[in-house]
Design a binder for this molecule. Sequence first.
Ligand SMILES: [Fe+2]
Length: 316
Amino acid sequence: MAFPMKELEVHNDLLDDHEAMEKQFREEGYLFFRGVLDPDAVEAVREKYFSILVEDYGVVDPGQDLPVWNGKDVSEFPIKVPEAYGSGTWEKFTSNPKIHAFFERVMGEPISWVPSTEYRLNPPAPEDPEDWVAGRHQDGFFNEGIPFRTCWVPFTDIDAECGGLTIAPGLNKLGYLHDRGAPPKYGIPADAIKESDWARPEAYHPGDVLIFGEDTPHAGLVNRSKVFRLSMDIRFSAKSDPQPVVGELSAFGAGWITIDTAGGPVTLTVDDRSYLRLKDGAQLPVSEMEQFLQVGERMMAGRDGDRALVVRPQKG
Ligand SMILES: [Fe+2]
């Protein structure tokens, strides 16, 4: 288990006070709600995850309440489970009127869902990591021009041993902590965030959601339990916020791309300041862009006028 962490506050009592919610979000960079998500919508995702673990991979035995690992080799278990991506699971979850209405209530105005979802089915790890908060990052650093709030949604009971999301409340006010002099991934230096800054609840439960901002440092703690850790992260923004350019890549050349969006084709210029995230999150030089792009691929871009700020594949 990781080092002891501060307990997160629960904000259910702020749900009827939008101004207080916004103040909490601005000041501390997060909102944490217990038992607020529609149980049927949560159960549908949980069932999908269980079917992947039981039927597709055979790493959990049938008929279990908890996704207890049955001991079958998981050394090759994929980080991004292909059976989840493209399955329509997050689209179905967020289009549930009760789920959508909850997040609109939090935002206080109509929202859009940003097509940037991660499905996480994390097997138990064989040993403790050297650095428990390795991979610490702020989502906004890699998504310039695409405003959003990230929602981390658990689908099993997730205690400290099972790991999962930890955030550094209040450090959102320090701006980006990423090292701009350390390409291609620009990681946050380990000493930029003290151990005493990290927080998580004693346990997450299905129905809970932790919403955090683009500037909120966070990391995923290794799973040292005997069960799979099941969660999903989904992202929304206010409809009134600048929206990303989303669609199919239809053409590209040296220094430009065209994405066919629902509203028609959009051509953006790409230059050395554009953050190209076309493989593992590392920034690619523009000169290599054409090697990694494929016509027909689903893409998303943040823009400043006709210039791309970030170019990346759509996820989920
Ligand atoms: Fe993140």
